[in-house]
Design a protein around this ligand. Structure first.
Ligand code: F6P
Length: 552
């Protein structure tokens, strides 16, 4: 396969790097008063402003040529068609099929996957409606008021993030709790605040073998049987979401209470599958369907728009520009929306499990960086924590700002000096716009001195500026917008992987740790301390731990 870094298109981008060192964002904006509008694209309901990036039209053009050199349109078509592009696991990659409308058709390996998807959606809807209406009752005849989702990674981060994002729609009196960590503190804290008689547990695991999930599920099962006095209680308090029907049945959950998905849905791409069941129960089936429509809107945008107007393609190319050509190593995602609190954590798995690869699809070593370290916290909190490094530190950290125009609810605040109370949402968004301006345009020494600052202090108050950011502005945090945002980043990941020639859909690196945890568990729990067998660090840690636990 072609090593993208050996192409003339790659060399062309590389050749433009010095030109970017010669201009500033201030100069680029001064030279083109239309830059703000001209370098923004619309994707579904999202206004995506790319104008505050360290690029000229020439750079953007050269980057889109890179996408052509990597045959992005052909690779994209192969994914949407269901080709087995996850070659190391010999699987199709079809999360986009999870949001196709019911009248669409997509036959893969002789089976219409759209019909399969909608059959599961209908069963999920039926369960959610019955739980929400009170028709589904627990073992003692009480209504369900709490859903506990037990899962980890993709079987947790998606639902937990969307649950928070759709908080305002949770009007049926049903709350969700999420248990993921094998640290017993996680399940213990959750069990302490729920009543088993009114709780439905969703065991969410694609494989139904994940150590953390199975440990938590079995412990929860014991707790429910003890609390409700009968093993029969499991039938009305446990459902499962999985691709492994046999293992679900071995656990004691009947097929009627299992909601399936397929091996062509990667864990980190699974929130639009039955893995979203807890959210469908708390926010309601119409909200879930609207979210799927939002996903589909972005899928269509990605599949059909030319690269020059294609938000995920452009954002992916900018990511490659910063990491492969300008030396950036991380990307901050700052939602100015408290309900998107968990979006950065969700993106960490989506992007880093996907792009954390050092060999290409053909097994050859990559010769360029892949992926970025994603991190972030909601604004304005981040401003009072890590923004100092973004503004005046020495690292290049591109930022994605996300904001919504209309809040679900607003409050007025009295602001010193203001005649009238001020909308707190307006305050929030003013902060977002201010931060992206300060990052981009900074403050020169001349401007600092013009404020009358002591010249000795002036260097400390200079803001270098020229720090790039994207601003994504949505009309509101509707379920559709949530789906659009998730799909936007899914397709950014796809595009980067397609250009860099890596597999975004496997995660072999996670496996070795799982295997070694098994060996370590035996060493920690064995009757008698074995001869040292690991390495001198691990051996002494095991010994100290065993002693602390009273094991010799
Ligand atoms: O849904 P499962 O099979 O329990 O897997 C959970 C997670 O574990 C991983 O395999 C590795 O962390 C993720 O890719 C996945 O989302």
């Amino acid at each position: 396969m072609t090593d993208i870094s050996t192409t003339e298109q790659w060399a062309a981008v590389e050749g433009l790097v010095p030109s970017i060192g010669e201009v500033t964002l201030r100069e680029l904006f001064d030279a083109d008063p239309e830059r703000g509008r001209r370098m923004s694209v619309t994707a579904g309901d999202l206004h995506v402003d790319l104008s505050k990036h360290l690029v000229t039209d020439e750079v953007l053009h050269a980057l889109t040529e890179l996408a052509h050199a990597a045959r992005l349109p052909a690779q994209r078509a192969a994914m949407f068609r269901g080709d087995r592009i996850n070659t190391t696991e010999d699987r199709s990659v079809l999360h986009t099929a999870l949001r196709l409308p019911a009248d669409a058709e997509l036959v893969v390996d002789g089976s219409d996957v759209v019909a399969d998807v909608h059959a599961v959606l209908a069963r999920m809807t039926d369960l959610a409606d019955r739980v929400r209406s009170g028709e589904w009752t627990g073992h003692t005849g009480e209504r369900i008021d709490t859903v506990v989702n037990i899962g980890i990674g993709g079987s947790d981060l998606g639902p937990v993030m969307v649950d928070a994002a759709l908080r305002e729609l949770q009007t049926a009196g049903i709350r969700a709790r999420y248990v993921s960590n094998v640290d017993p503190a996680d399940l213990t804290a959750t069990l302490a605040e729920i009543d088993p008689a009114t709780t439905l547990v969703v065991v969410a695991s694609k494989t139904f073998t994940t150590q953390e999930t199975m440990a938590n599920a079995h412990a929860a099962r014991r707790h429910f049987i003890e609390a409700l006095g009968s093993e029969d209680a499991i039938a009305s308090h446990f459902v499962a979401v999985s691709t492994a029907a046999d293992k679900v049945s071995d656990f004691g959950i009947a097929p009627d209470n299992m909601f399936g998905f397929w091996d062509w849905v990667g864990g980190r791409y699974s929130v639009s599958s039955a893995i979203g069941l807890s959210v469908m129960i708390t926010a309601g089936p119409p909200a879930f369907v609207e979210m799927l429509e939002g996903f589909h809107t972005m899928d269509l945008h990605f599949a059909t728009e030319a690269p020059e107007h294609n938000a995920p393609v452009l954002m992916a190319l900018l990511g490659i520009w910063y990491t492969c050509f300008l030396g950036a190593q991380s990307k901050a995602v700052i939602p100015y929306a408290q309900d998107l609190l968990r979006f950065p954590a969700y993106l960490q798995q989506l992007t880093m499990e996907s792009l954390g690869k050092s060999v290409r699809l053909d097994g050859s070593d990559v010769t360029y960086p892949t992926g970025e370290v994603y991190w972030g916290e909601p604004g304005t909190n981040g401003q009072h924590a890590f923004f100092q490094l973004l503004h005046q530190g020495t690292q290049l950290v591109p930022v994605d700002f996300i904001g919504v125009a209309r809040p679900a609810a607003d409050l007025d605040a009295d602001v010193p000096g203001a005649a009238e109370p001020v909308s707190m949402h307006d305050m929030l968004m003013a902060n977002l716009f201010a931060q992206s301006r300060v990052l981009a345009f900074g403050k020169t020494e001349e401007e600092v001195l013009a404020d009358g600052v002591d010249p000795a202090l002036a260097p400390h108050k200079v803001m270098p500026g020229n720090r790039p950011s994207t601003t994504i502005l949505a009309p509101s945090l509707s379920p559709s917008v949530v789906g659009q945002l998730i799909a936007l980043y899914e397709h950014i990941v796809f595009t980067q992987a397609a250009i860099l020639g890596i597999n975004a859909f496997d995660q072999w690196g996670v496996e070795l740790g799982k295997a070694q945890a098994g060996e370590l568990l035996s060493a920690l729990t064995a009757e008698a301390h074995r001869e040292p067998g690991f390495d001198s660090s691990t051996d002494s840690l095991v010994e100290i731990y065993r002693e602390a636990r009273g094991r010799r």
